[in-house]
Design a protein around this ligand. Structure first.
Ligand SMILES: NC(=O)NCCC[C@H](N)C(=O)O
Length: 259
């Protein structure tokens, strides 16, 4: 197994403002600003050593930019989602084609299972799956069936206060789970839990070398991480936050491909 640093991304649809919002109030979205923010997000990944690969756009799907939700990748196997939100189901085919071209083996979630990639948090070989609004119990079972033979341990956790598990929690490079306590169903589900002071401070993408890609809207959480010896890399994703998105959901990180 060779370490890869490839991030799958998808440019935002001009119809972004028509996307789903579930737990927050709808606000006007500036599609042109969103595109500039997306370009800066991609540039930040590239600056920090990631090769970015674009899945074909799906402009008819307002939420297509949130490409993380289309799959879960463990080692070189991509489990293609069956999104719990029906409007998001047409997003998966082009994402599947992109990771197939990169050499991933592909498996698919099947009905009656539902799964969105934002509900899956991997920490080493432990795979936490949020059972909530978009991922059902059968979806969790299919994650287990796909990845436990590859050595993963799949742990189901409840998600009721936010859209996806990774809207509530992500993890630092040492495996400590971080979350904004009012939005975490059960912090005790995780062996080490660190509370952060802002909702968007709970979302980090591990860039490597202690660098944490995170939203510019969480400066106090960034200060906390800097105090712990990490290097925050802030990006403004304000237009995506209005659509209930976060830094994690704008890419799928492929770290363990045979390259
Ligand atoms: N993984 C994520 O956090 N995805 C964000 C998806 C936002 C989109 N508006 C949705 O409701 O599906």
């Amino acid at each position: 197994m060779t370490t890869s640093r490839i991030a799958l991304v998808r440019r935002p649809s001009p119809r972004l403002a028509d996307g789903l919002v579930t737990h927050i109030d709808r606000k006007p979205v500036d599609a042109a600003l969103a595109l500039r923010q997306w370009e800066a997000y991609v540039a930040a990944l590239e600056t920090h050593g990631w090769e970015t690969v674009e899945a074909d756009p799906v402009d008819a799907c307002p939420d297509g930019v949130f490409v993380e939700d289309t799959m879960v990748v463990h080692r070189n196997v991509a489990l293609i989602s069956l999104p719990g939100a029906e409007s998001r189901r047409p997003e998966t085919a082009a994402a599947e084609a992109a990771v197939t071209a990169l050499g991933c083996s592909v498996n698919r979630v099947r009905e009656p299972g539902t799964l969105e990639g934002g509900d899956v948090l991997k920490i080493g070989d432990t795979v936490y799956v949020g059972r909530g609004g978009r991922t059902n119990g059968e979806g969790v079972r299919q994650v287990r069936a796909a990845f436990e033979p590859l050595g993963a341990r799949v742990v189901a956790v409840p998600v009721s206060k936010v859209l996806h598990l990774k809207s509530a929690v992500t993890a630092l490079p040492d495996g400590t789970v971080i979350g904004y306590p009012p939005l975490v169903d059960d912090p005790a589900a995780f062996p080490r839990f660190l509370p952060v002071p802002e909702e968007s401070g709970a979302h980090v993408v591990l860039l490597g070398g202690g660098r944490l890609l995170m939203a510019a809207s969480a400066p106090r959480s960034a200060a906390l991480f800097a105090d712990l010896g990490y290097t925050p890399v802030p990006v403004d994703i304000g237009e995506f936050e209005k659509m209930e998105g976060c830094v994690t959901c704008l890419s799928v990180r492929l770290r363990e491909l045979y390259v």
